[in-house]
Unconditional design. Structure first.
Lengths: 466, 352
């Protein structure tokens, strides 16, 4: 079920809010919220509900086992077993075909026959997100920083909670546990004002900016990727740069808004990342919950920046490689991750020597351009397509051109301009003060009505595929 | 190290803000839905009190068919992409009285319903059906297409009895296509009229585009802009169209089986589109769904249920490409080329 659908906005959400706020008793309410979340998830494909249930139960049991076991070796063995279980599920569904295909390609190049079957499994929506939520829970217990969930119900609510289930933000049990312990018993007006604000603005980012950019620029231009000239290629990449930002940050804002309507608070996931002055700052402002997750559960355990410079760079490269792989099982994502690892390492080295652009505007432009180059790998269907497009963008290859006529319309250019201004100059939703005069409530309603007009064209979020 | 949002400070205006939001939203939603219901601009509900912006053509064509003398022997079915194929042209090429029963937004179940209607119509003697199959006929969720259900004449012939798709109610009432059409419908009602109608229907079911045709004669029709401007919208309809819907594939097969059982000779084709669209759509879901539709038609052909005629590349080197109202709807000269290809006639129809 998509947030940007009639069935979600006009059936599921009102029913979920009504049940959550009307039911008596914490356990009934958590049970209802969990059930509703499973319905939300199963609406897409009910066959994957048992998978999430199994993963949740295993994590819950392992959490308690680790907590109660004093022997370090047993605790570690349990943790390794559980990580293997979670990553194994992820690996089978997400990476098996990729590795087998790559192995097959490598074998072919070496004249060897690797005859492993491909599984062609459907990737369960949100599996990367809920797996990371669960992994952080178990590791935090292992580290002694977290008490395990008091009940399977509480933990199931944490994993399945529909606002963050399929595309984050990646939440941590440590943040949510106190909220589950004492959930609000009646709707809080300021939270509802903020919740409506976040939900509607997030929806507008998604359906009025990201989807229109996709329809008018991204889809038609990227389908012609082999025929674009330099100007068209830059336009295609710019449009995608804006699309992915408004799509994902829109989803995150909606998730935050929905959580607020339920009386919960989620972490911030975006902070106007295209206004960053360097790549390190970019990663502190883009998909923040993933960045902080990778820092706390990968980068720091690897030694972070405490070792030699070479070791630090190696750690950055490894973490970003895994981050790229997390996004998708394809070499384009691997190269995207490694590219960002290289950028981070280069930035660290340049900063040490004082080689940074003078003046923030220039630094912002340089950072944005380097991020845009990365998006070419992220969006391209193959490495060859990405390299070809980068060649055209860099003036090293000539493109046929003549494709602008296929996409241009005054509305499309207006949307592109508006999206560019918002991304480049305006603060993120989190930093906007909510105007609370009643007239703004009416304006927000009008904006939401405009969004509903576009629900007729189903448009999944880009990050659902990850 | 996450960043939980600080709880907002309560404000005396919070209650008024929320009331304003929810009341305005409720009123706007109700007003929009009421406007669409009252105007019924796409002929979806059968409740319209203003002129529809598309011809609510199912009932209209049924009435024209019944009034046709002599009774047609050859009928064209399909979506709006097949509505310009001239029956008079087909009659000239085949000698059989013909009728165009292609309807807007045709779904696979429309084909079943129309065929059943043709068979039971008094004096019906249809022996050949040319069906322009559009992948969009097999798009969407389960349930019978609402426009067919709303058709007073054809609705009772719909497969699946009274089952109605409830999942499209939101889109039918609040989707941009319906809402924008409702405003156009009202504008026509209150007097913002064009000198010529956009569409007109002739007694043999042929749809004409009087405004576009007049502009073409004057050389003032913005052909390039119309074709180019329509491409992204059409491709957008396919963005979430990830596979042919199994129920509708089943309806197409049932249509072919019922035609065979009734002794009706079935000729299927995919209506050609503008070459600029073909280029823009390479590698898209449109291309993929079209290929799947071709495979489906070929499998029905192997089962002896129909004859598939490949005419998608008919216009690749043709001068007729200037005769399109948008990327997928062609005008008479292209329709004549299509008719010639379908009938296999060496001569070309002289009618325009």
């Amino acid at each position: 079920m998509l947030f940007n659908s009639y069935v979600f906005c006009f059936l599921f959400l009102p029913a979920a809010l009504l049940g959550w706020w009307q039911l008596p008793g914490r356990r009934w309410r958590l049970g209802f919220l969990t059930l509703a979340s499973y319905v939300f998830y199963g609406w897409w494909d009910w066959r994957f509900v048992p998978l999430m249930l199994a993963s949740t139960t295993a994590d819950f049991i392992a959490g308690w086992y680790i907590h109660r076991t004093a022997a370090v070796a047993r605790r570690r063995a349990c943790l390794v077993l559980l990580l293997g279980f979670n990553l194994g599920i992820l690996g089978i569904f997400k990476y098996y075909d990729f590795f087998v295909g790559s192995l097959d390609g490598l074998g072919g190049a070496l004249g060897l026959s690797v005859d492993l079957p491909l599984l062609h499994l459907v990737l369960p929506v949100g599996i990367s997100f809920y797996t990371f939520n669960s992994i952080s829970y178990t590791i935090d217990i292992y580290r002694g920083r977290l008490q395990p969930a008091r009940s399977l119900l509480e933990f199931s609510t944490f994993v399945a909670m529909f606002p963050h289930l399929v595309a984050g933000p990646i939440v941590r049990y440590a943040d949510m546990a106190p909220q589950f312990e004492r959930p609000s018993v009646r709707p809080d007006r300021p939270a509802w004002v903020l919740g409506c604000w976040f939900f509607v603005l997030g929806m507008a980012r998604k359906v009025l900016l990201a989807d229109l950019l996709a329809a008018h620029f991204v889809t038609p231009l990227w389908h012609q990727a082999a025929h674009l000239d330099a100007g068209e290629a830059w336009l295609a990449v710019l449009a995608y740069t804006l699309q992915i930002y408004f799509d994902f940050s829109g989803y995150s804002d909606m998730a935050v808004g929905l959580a607020l309507l339920l009386g919960f608070r989620f972490p911030q996931n975006f902070d106007a990342p295209y206004q960053s002055a360097n790549i390190s700052e970019f990663w502190r402002r883009w998909h923040m919950s993933l960045s902080f997750w990778m820092r706390d559960y990968l980068y720091v355990p690897l030694g972070g920046n405490q070792g030699s410079r070479l070791r630090t760079m190696g750690n950055l490269a490894l973490v970003m490689f895994l981050g790229g792989l997390w996004h998708g099982a394809a070499w384009t994502f691997v190269v995207w991750g490694l590219y960002h690892g290289a950028l981070l390492a280069a930035h660290a080295a340049c900063r040490e020597r004082g080689w940074v652009p003078r003046g923030r505007p220039l630094a912002v432009v340089c950072t944005l351009l380097s991020v845009m180059v990365g998006w070419v790998f992220f969006r391209a269907t193959s490495l060859a397509e990405a390299v070809r497009l980068l060649g055209v963008m860099g003036g090293m290859r000539q493109g046929e051109g003549g494709n602008l006529a296929l996409v241009a319309s005054p509305l499309a250019w207006a949307v592109l301009l508006l999206a560019g201004i918002i991304a480049a100059f305006l603060p993120d939703t989190w930093r906007l003060a909510v105007p609370r005069r009643p007239i703004w409530g009416a304006i927000l309603a009008l904006l939401f009505l405009c969004c509903t007009f576009r629900f007729a064209t189903p448009s999944p979020f880009l990050y659902f595929q990850f | 190290m996450t960043h939980p949002h600080a709880p907002p400070e309560p404000s005396p205006q919070d209650g008024a803000f929320l009331r304003s939001f929810f009341v305005t939203l409720g009123v706007l939603l109700a007003a929009t839905a009421a406007l669409v219901l009252l105007t019924d601009p796409l002929g979806t509900f059968g409740t319209g009190i203003t002129p529809p912006v598309v011809s609510a053509d199912r009932d209209q064509k049924a009435a024209l068919y019944r009034a046709r003398v002599p009774a047609p022997e050859l009928v064209v079915l399909g979506s709006s992409r097949s509505k310009s194929i001239a029956p008079a042209c087909l009659q000239q090429l085949t000698g059989q009285p013909a009728f165009n029963f292609a309807v807007n937004g045709a779904s696979a179940e429309d084909l079943v319903a129309i065929l059943r209607f043709l068979r039971q119509a008094p004096g019906g003697r249809v022996n050949t059906v040319f069906v322009g199959v559009d992948p969009e006929m097999m798009q969407g969720g389960g349930g019978v297409y609402r426009a067919l259900q709303a058709s007073r004449v054809l609705g009772p012939f719909a497969p699946g009895g009274a089952a109605r798709s409830r999942m499209t109610l939101g889109a039918d009432l609040l989707g941009w296509q319906a809402v924008s059409a409702a405003f156009r419908s009202v504008a026509r009602r209150v007097g913002v009229r064009e000198s010529l109608p956009e569409f007109s229907l002739e007694s043999d079911g042929l749809q004409r585009y009087p405004r576009a045709e007049a502009a073409l004669r004057l050389g003032s029709f913005p052909q390039q802009a119309r074709v180019v401007g329509s491409i992204s919208g059409i491709l957008g309809r396919y963005e979430s169209f990830t596979a042919l819907q199994p129920d509708r594939v089943g309806y197409l097969r049932r249509f072919a089986e019922e035609a065979k059982a009734a002794g009706v000779s079935l000729v299927a084709f995919i209506p050609p589109v503008h070459p600029a669209f073909v280029r823009a759509a390479s590698g898209t879901a449109w291309r993929a769904r079209t290929e799947e539709t071709v495979q489906l038609l070929r499998s029905l052909e192997r089962d002896g249920l129909l004859r598939y005629v490949e005419i998608r590349s008919l216009l690749a080197a043709s001068a007729d490409t200037s005769q399109f109202v948008d990327a997928i709807h062609f005008l008479a000269p292209v329709a004549a080329t299509v008719a010639q290809a379908l009938t296999g006639s060496p001569g070309r129809c002289a009618l325009q």
